[in-house]
Every structure is written in structure tokens, then in C-alpha cells.
Design a protein around this ligand. Sequence first.
Ligand SMILES: C[S@@+](CC[C@H](N)C(=O)[O-])C[C@H]1O[C@@H](n2cnc3c(N)ncnc32)[C@H](O)[C@@H]1O
Length: 338
Amino acid sequence: MTASPNDDATVTPPAATDTSVVDPAPRPHATAEEVEAARKDTKLAQVLYHDWEAETYDDKWSISYDERCIDYARGRFDAVAGDQPLPYERALELGCGTGFFLLNLMQGGVAKTGSVTDLSPGMVKVALRNAESLGLPVDGRVADAETIPYEDNTFDLVVGHAVLHHIPDVEKSLREVLRVLKPGGRFVFAGEPTTVGNFYARWLGRATWEATTRVTKLPFLADWRRPQEELDESSRAAALEAVVDIHTFDPTDLENMAKSAGADQVHAATEEFAAALLGWPVRTFEAAVPPEKLGWGWGRFAFGGWKTLSWVDEKVLRHVVPRGFFYNVMITGVKPGN
Ligand SMILES: C[S@@+](CC[C@H](N)C(=O)[O-])C[C@H]1O[C@@H](n2cnc3c(N)ncnc32)[C@H](O)[C@@H]1O
């Protein structure tokens, strides 16, 4: 069971540091010139790519705000920081996307109030809309994780999911995280690709895409083929993906980076090896065929298979496979003081 911070009637929404700043508007339809410019400007690419994705992102990644994703978010948090007293009073999320991590952590009793931030105005808009529909006390603003627009010593907890690998200067961002944390405050980043994991995930993804899009050219499988313009759009998106995905991480190097940024009690953990070997082909196949072809049985197979293999990873493979081979790395640390 999960606790709801909304049970506490004293909770009030947090305020952004400078409310006079007006966030830029989302740009969901980039021009060809903007896309061309974005190939050489990673931060412009982040904005265009994620503004374009924002309204469909939850569907694309099967993100929900129910027990399934609350458990998933809590599981990632607990894997590195599960022994901490909860809830934290005030939390910040960097690269929030649609709010998947912080909103589900708040629903899971990890934090009472939250601030969601992202470089993409479209993502912040969707995250705030999701928070409002869940009745969570959350504010938000457009923000670059390398220059966080909040005062020193503001937050008890800073979180992020699948964001560090997009940030050009990760150590600079971690220094910013420590600056806005209160002394003794904690950060938790999860869902980052390891270097080895990213290699096999990309390879499996490409192979699945090629195989599926070729096989569905056969006349008797024509109704399994998505319209060519949709496939072309996915290929263009994949090209920008290469510009926005900047880093992969070795867990020990990531720990050293967090320490050199000034963090204490740094600890990285990894997960998903067998689960990732199934998960990447499954996700790529889902993107390559018309969604209506994949019914309830497929969903059961994909989620059930992932859960079973995650169990095998946790109970068996974790003891025999080096941690750098797992796909996901997460890291925690604490701001010195207190
Ligand atoms: C892969 S998405 C993850 C979104 C969300 N955290 C999730 O797990 O669903 C990465 C997000 O990081 C944001 N982002 C990329 N670079 C950023 C930066 N320098 N500062 C803040 N956000 C950034 C992107 O706009 C995007 O929304």
C-alpha cells in the first residue's frame, strides 16, 4: 500500500523562487530550419524533441499515475535510498518530463510538496497538468539543470529520472543540485543508461526495427505495417535522439563525479540485465507496428515478462553479472553539513 501526502491537510504548494519570470511557450511543431540548427545545438534539440513529444509522451512510454507506476518509481527510489525516513518536506525534480518520477514518488509518500522543472516548456506544462489532476501540491517552471533557478538551501530532496544523460556538463549540474539542497538533503537520480547496457540496447533496438519494418513489407503482413509517413517521422525522431542522448555511465565513474561535485554518502546501484534484453526489442516492436494490432495479451506478455526477468536479475544475475552490465544505473548522495 502507498501513503498519500494529501492525507496531510497542512501541506501547501511550494512557490518558485522568482515568480516574475514568465516561462517560454511550448514549440511542438519545429520548422525544418530549427531541426537543422538543433543538430548542432544539443539544448535546442532537447527543447524541440521534448516539446514535440510532450503531449504523447505518457502514452508512448506507458506512463500512468496509478499503483503500477507508483510502485515502479518507489522501487527505483528505494533501491538506493530506501532506508531513509519519509516523507521529505520539499522536493525538486530536474528534467521532469510529464512528471512521471516526482508525481508518483509523491503519491508513494516520498515527499509532501514538489517543484517540477524541465528545459522543455511543453513537458513542464504537461507535468503541471498531471499534478493538478492528481490534486498534488506542485509548482513548476522551465529550467536548465546546469543553472537551477532556485536559491541555495531550498530543497530537502532533489530527484531526476532519465535526465543526467541529456545534460552536457553533468558534474556542473550535480554541483547545482548540492547548492539548492539544504545541508543533509539528499539527491536520487535513476533510469540512467550504463555504457555497456546502452550498447546492447541500441543494437537490439536497431535490429528489431530493421527486422520488423522489412518483414511487414510482405504483402500478407501489410496490415501490420504502419503508414510510411509515420515510420519516416519515427526515423527523423531517432536522428534527433542521437543528438539529445549525450552520455552513458560507468557506475563507478558516476560515483566519482558525484563525490568530486561535493556529495557525501554517494552510492550507485544498477538493475535490469535480462529484463533489458527483453524490454528493448519489445518497446521497439511496439513502436514499429500499428498500436491496435497489439492487444491485451501482448500487454500482459510485455509487462509480465519484464517483471519476471527483473526478478531473475535481482535474485540471481545481480550476484554473478558485473554491475556495469546492467542497463539502468541510479545514484544517490547527500549534501554535507547538518
Ligand atoms: C528522457 S526524458 C525523461 C523525462 C522524465 N523524467 C521521465 O522519466 O519520464 C528527459 C527529460 O530531460 C529534459 N532535459 C534535457 N536536458 C535538460 C537540461 N539541461 N535541463 C533540464 N531538463 C533537461 C528533457 O526536456 C526531457 O523532458
